[in-house]
Design a protein around this ligand. Structure first.
Ligand code: ADP
Ligand code: MG
Length: 679
């Protein structure tokens, strides 16, 4: 924005080097950072309760007068207790303060104050320990509550923030062109920053919040748009139109309409003079791999190589087998490149990729990290994209001379969100399952019915089918969750000894995982007990039942993914969700799952119920963390922002106009942050 705001936080009155160190822990280095440290909550001082009505253990705000101050009592070395009697006319309250003479001195005798804190003691003698204290004449009836770190208190932060606003508020810069601001009905930036911290009233707060949410989302959208146009300015391999009918004919099934559409979207993209940047978003089981194979075949017909990256060895292996099955009969040579190959094998594969002997490489990110060279890599496909960050995406894109990129994601995301997370990508949606799939019957039950569930599993296994059991943890823990390791005992107590049981979890060596997965695919294992390592992408059409333990521990979309491990073939399939946690939210969530098999609908409901954690948790998407916007609640603003961003970009793709200078600076800040954060 400008250099004044970029001054170190130590420029502020009351912030020395020691405090600056504390601020660093919450990511605050400069005055600008501090001003962007928005409150996590607010205390509404207009919402006071009469002391006589306050309930024990409740956190409340009361307003009254200090009527008596008692002499400090030293209860032991280094611990002094200060007490004052406070009344609001309805009842008295004893204020208890440990060690802070400063806080005690603030409570002037006969002075009028607001106190905010938890009511303790008993209903005859109420107490409040270490309350927040505000003078009754404070003009700020809504007080901010900040995220803190050790050594920083709300009071200190509030005071520093007031100072920052007083001395630096005048430097707050308006990044938004006036016409956009007035179109969107947004308040001015300085007003927004001031009122997000110290709102005069709820209306001011709402105005401020709307403005800051709008800005945050807008900058993100603009950043995505710029990434996209940067990608567009480079030339990739311009492929020629080719007929791939022989591929379609050799498939054991007919592609669905949306698979066909996705393939032709990709082929069209790849004939353009700039690299494809496309996301194929498909519900579990919608057949994304076949799309990938078709597109790789198209590249092959153009004399070019493709690479497919999977997030795990297990999946890389599976894709390798699938692609080989589809493509080798047509003369395409497919190589597998994973971390568990021997050095010699690896170098042979790499040689083959460099001299063009292999046409398609399938692998884990070993493919990215090690210096693999290709003869003419025209297409990079990444599967289950939500596990790869923006940075990895960018890294891969540097291989070869700007190859086309195809991203496949099995996490259905509502469209608005997809635009936000994948704003730099074009999207094809697979919203239709292959013919002949039967809906998966889903039941949510408590542990009391486990025996019956087991009986049901046995029945499936006896019929020659296979099944999965998913546990939330690997080993026994204090949380009384079902775990993979002791589950075998439970099964053998229930007559499962006659079946071949496999145990799979993330702590096993890769080769071991691979072997177990392969055994399961080849039906050398009947029942696979695992953690969520099977969550993504594993395809065993003979599996017809999945039993999920402690189902309440998983996100809805995740459960939907897990359920998608069955129902992938001709047999009727079942999903049993076991949980003893029967609170209303859990019930509601699991009910959604039993009532629909539409992944998009499920993710939308999940978003409403749980907030965006599922998508934005763990930052898997590779986006910077949002400071103030909450995409599950701010959808209306998000839509407006998307329109606004389109308008801006349309007339000024690289934000070069003078009026967009402020926005551009903020976008650059975001990129800097993204780099620094090693996304
Ligand atoms: P996902 O989209 O979950 O990655 P896969 O690509 O693993 O799905 O495909 C799921 C299963 O459906 C595979 O066994 C695949 O061979 C099969 N399949 C894919 N497309 C079709 C289709 N059009 N008709 C019938 N089966 C299909
Ligand atoms: Mg898949």
């Amino acid at each position: 924005m400008n250099s004044e705001l970029d001054k170190q936080i130590t420029y502020l009155k009351g912030v020395g080097p020691k405090r600056a160190e504390m601020y660093k822990k919450i990511g605050v280095f400069t005055v600008y950072d501090l001003l962007c440290h928005y409150p996590r909550d607010y205390i509404d001082l207009t919402d006071t309760v009469p002391i006589s009505d306050s309930a024990l253990n409740e956190t409340v705000a009361v307003k009254g007068t200090v009527v008596r101050k008692l002499a400090p009592a030293r209860i032991r070395k280094g611990m002094t207790v200060y007490k004052a009697v406070f009344t609001d006319g309805t009842s008295d309250l004893t204020v208890v303060i440990y060690n802070s003479e400063y806080l005690f001195s603030q409570l002037a005798l006969d002075g009028e104050f607001y106190l905010v804190g938890r009511i303790t003691g008993n209903l005859i003698r109420r107490e409040m320990s270490s309350p927040l204290v505000f003078r009754a004449d404070t003009p700020f009836k809504v007080q901010p509550v900040y995220r803190l770190t050790e050594g920083l208190s709300q009071t200190v932060l509030r005071n520093n923030m007031k100072n920052a606003l007083d001395s630096f508020g005048k430097y707050i810069y308006e990044p938004m062109p006036a016409h956009i601001r007035s179109d969107a009905g947004l308040c001015a930036m300085e007003y927004a920053v001031t009122n997000i911290h110290f709102p005069k009233d709820i209306h001011c707060f709402e105005q401020a919040k709307k403005r800051l949410v709008f800005d945050e989302l807008l900058i993100l959208q603009l950043a995505m748009a710029m990434l996209r146009s940067k990608g567009r300015s480079l030339t990739g391999y311009v492929l020629k139109e080719k007929n791939i009918d022989e591929f379609y004919k050799s498939l054991p099934f007919e592609l669905t309409n949306c698979q066909m559409q996705a393939v032709s979207d990709c082929m069209e993209d790849m004939q353009k003079p700039f690299p494809m940047n496309r996301l194929v978003q498909g519900d579990v089981g919608s057949g994304k791999t076949a799309v990938a194979a078709a597109v790789a075949y198209f590249a092959y017909k153009n004399g070019c190589q493709s690479a497919l990256m999977a997030p795990t060895e297990v999946l890389a292996h599976q894709h390798y087998e699938t692609l080989k099955g589809f493509l080798e009969p047509l003369g395409v040579k497919v190589a597998l490149l994973t971390g568990s190959l021997s050095t010699k094998e690896k170098s042979l594969v790499k040689q083959g990729l460099e001299n063009g002997e292999y046409h398609v490489a399938v692998g884990t990110h070993a493919l990215v990290q090690q210096n693999t060279r290709f003869k003419n890599l025209a297409l990079v496909i990444t599967d289950e994209q939500h596990r790869f960050g923006v940075r990895q995406r960018a890294f891969l894109a540097q291989k070869g001379s700007n190859p086309h990129k195809l991203v496949m994601s099995a996490t259905p995301i509502p469209r608005t969100l997809a635009m936000m997370i994948y704003g730099d990508l074009d999207i094809s949606v697979l919203n239709e399952l292959p013919k002949g799939r039967q809906p998966i019957e889903t039941y949510a039950v408590t542990g009391k019915l486990r025996q019956r569930a087991f009986a049901f599993v046995s029945k499936q296994l006896d019929e020659g089918r296979q099944g999965y059991v998913v546990c939330p943890v690997i080993e026994e823990s204090e949380m009384a969750l079902q775990d993979v390791k002791s589950y075998a005992n439970k099964l053998s107590e229930n007559g499962f000894d006659k079946y071949r049981i496999g145990l799979l979890h993330g702590k096993l060596p890769n080769e071991e995982k691979d072997r177990i997965m392969r055994d399961f695919k080849e039906h050398k294992i009947d029942l696979l007990v695992s953690t969520t390592v099977v969550e993504v992408g594993v395809d065993v059409p003979n599996a017809t039942i999945i039993l999920v333990e402690n189902a309440d521990r998983f996100g809805l979309s995740q459960l939907h993914q897990l359920r998608g491990r069955v129902g992938r073939g001709q047999y009727k399939s079942y999903c049993v969700l076991i949980t003893d946690n029967v609170n209303e939210t859990t019930k509601k969530r699991l009910k959604i799952l039993s009532s629909t098999s539409d992944g998009f609908k499920i993710s939308e409901e999940d978003l409403k119920l749980r907030g965006p954690g599922d998508f934005f948790g763990d930052r898997q998407h590779g986006l910077p963390k949002l400071k103030i916007a909450d995409v599950s609640h701010d959808l209306d603003i998000l839509r407006k922002v998307q329109k606004t961003a389109e308008l801006i970009i349309e007339s000024d793709p690289m934000l070069e106009k003078g009026e967009n200078k402020g926005l551009k600076e903020l976008v650059n800040r975001l990129f800097e942050y993204a780099n620094a954060d090693d996304l």
